[in-house]
Design a protein around this ligand. Structure first.
Ligand code: C5P
Length: 227
């Protein structure tokens, strides 16, 4: 069976990563959560005094980019690979609402994107990859055999994300989660470099009323048709 490249893009918290991971596991493909890479750069910027509520030193971030090393490592076969920032496992830290608040302005910087896109393309060189993000079908893998664009209502998405964060023990308000999603979607879709948009040949899935199993079977069938 030939190996293909599967790009899954869409708005924040549309469940892209859940479907992408299930699909990759089923097909024996590599799953790459490209958002984790932007989140890890945001965490680095927060920890190094580059970004805060009151300032954002873009020039310093660009200058220090070569010092940011990112890689993914799997602990076992069933779990998602964790992201490492300069040899430190930051998989959990990057999911909090503080990082979510800083990640989109950081992801809008062309130099940051160039660095991460190059790394993503290298990971996908051998195909057999499922990658989720915002620009995978448009910029990272424009030749991907299967492109999916996922969407759902902002309210539904915020409810899912809120539940996830509460289950992890975060003390947060639903309104703050909804506001963060809307702000990120706005910045992500209006930035100059690689804005979030549906690739022309992407298949759009609105999963507001779909469960995870139905989504998985739908995407799996689309993948099988192309393998
Ligand atoms: O996928 P996730 O919600 O974790 O992504 C976090 C942020 O990273 C997005 O809101 C977006 O700003 C940025 N991102 C991006 N391009 C990607 C993946 C994520 O700009 N391919």
């Amino acid at each position: 069976m030939r190996k293909i490249t599967i790009a899954i893009d869409g708005y924040s918290s549309t469940g892209k990563s859940t479907v992408a991971k299930q699909l990759a596991d089923y097909l024996g493909y590599v799953y790459v959560d490209s958002g984790a890479m932007y989140r890890a750069v945001a965490l680095y910027a927060m920890e190094n005094g580059i970004i805060s509520d009151t300032h954002f030193d873009k020039a310093k971030l660009i200058e220090t980019l070569p010092q940011i090393q990112l890689y993914f490592e799997k602990k076992n076969d069933w779990e998602k690979a964790h992201i490492f920032l300069n040899n430190r496992d930051v998989e959990n830290e990057i999911r909090n609402l503080e990082v979510s608040g800083f990640v989109s302005p950081i992801a809008a910087i062309p130099e940051v994107r160039a660095k991460l896109v190059a790394q993503q393309q290298e990971i996908g060189l051998k195909k057999g990859v499922v990658m989720d993000g915002r620009d995978i079908g448009t910029v990272v893998f424009p030749e991907a055999e299967l492109k999916i664009f996922m969407n759902a209502s902002a309210f539904q998405r915020a409810q899912r994300r809120y539940k996830e964060l509460v289950e992890k023990g975060e003390n947060i308000q639903f309104e703050a989660v909804l506001k963060n999603l809307e702000e990120r979607d706005h910045i992500d879709s209006t930035r100059k470099d690689s804005p979030l948009k549906k690739a022309e040949n992407a298949i759009e899935i609105n999963n507001s009323e779909m469960n995870i199993e139905d989504q998985f079977h739908m995407v799996l069938q689309l993948a099988k048709d192309r393998i």
